[in-house]
Design a protein around this ligand. Structure first.
Ligand SMILES: [Zn+2]
Length: 228
């Protein structure tokens, strides 16, 4: 079963990190309906939990503020939090269909600004919503989440490499990598050669002269070889 993103303008401002941030945050943009973003049911289901009387923002609290939790098919449930005071339009026990408006994006509870905190549960375990939620053709995906408004922070673990601007730049980068590989290959060949020389090395000597030889073994230690 596919869940649909509960907003029509999709800009993930904070990603899922198990035990740290158990959902994703979705921001808004003035260009796409402003901060009054409607929040829609991600799929058909039954409302299992609701809070709608919260009218505070607690910077240091840990509260969802106003929220709606919906039980869907296949062991999935979703939770939409920080909903705007006075906007929650469903009640526990309601049967709702995908796309039903359940509230408006807000900043109730622990929120730095207007955003939707969205969680997905699989058999009561919080899972990464991105693995279960899909973008439908009518929805807009932000190409620049840093420009998203309503949040004071934006975190993503890795930044994608800057793509080369021109074909020449790309060729130059490829040449650089090829040269590097070729140098490393040469180095490996030299080391292999050294290794094979060491492995085949046999220490040989003959004592042909009937004389006394002094061979230094270790520092300060001498071996005397003499003819019988
Ligand atoms: Zn969040």
């Amino acid at each position: 079963m596919k869940l649909k993103y509960p907003v029509n303008y999709i800009a993930i401002t904070t990603y899922f990190k198990k035990g740290v941030h158990n959902g994703i945050d979705l921001g808004w943009s003035s260009a796409y309906g402003g901060s009054e973003q409607a929040i829609y049911a991600p799929a058909d289901g039954i409302v299992t939990a609701v809070r709608k009387d919260y009218n505070q923002t607690d910077a240091t609290g840990s509260s969802y503020g106003n929220y709606v939790k919906i039980k869907h098919a296949n062991g999935l449930s979703t939770l939409c939090a920080h909903l705007k005071y006075g906007s929650v339009s469903v009640n526990v026990g309601d049967t709702i269909t995908e796309g039903t408006q359940i509230g408006i994006m807000g900043r109730t509870g622990r929120a730095n600004g207007n955003h939707l905190h969205y969680e997905v549960f699989l058999n009561d375990t919080k899972v990464n919503p991105e693995d279960y939620t899909y973008v439908y053709p009518t929805q807009i995906v932000s190409s620049n989440p840093t420009a998203t408004e309503g949040l004071l922070y934006y975190t993503k673990e890795e930044t994608p490499p800057t793509p080369p601007e021109t074909v020449d730049e790309l060729k130059r980068q490829i040449q650089f990598l090829e040269d590097k590989i070729s140098l490393q290959t040469k180095e490996i060949e030299i080391l292999k050669q050294e290794l094979s020389e060491k492995e085949n090395f046999i220490f040989e000597y003959n004592v042909e002269e009937t004389a006394l030889y002094e061979i230094e073994l270790y520092k300060g230690e001498m071996l005397y070889i003499k003819e019988n």
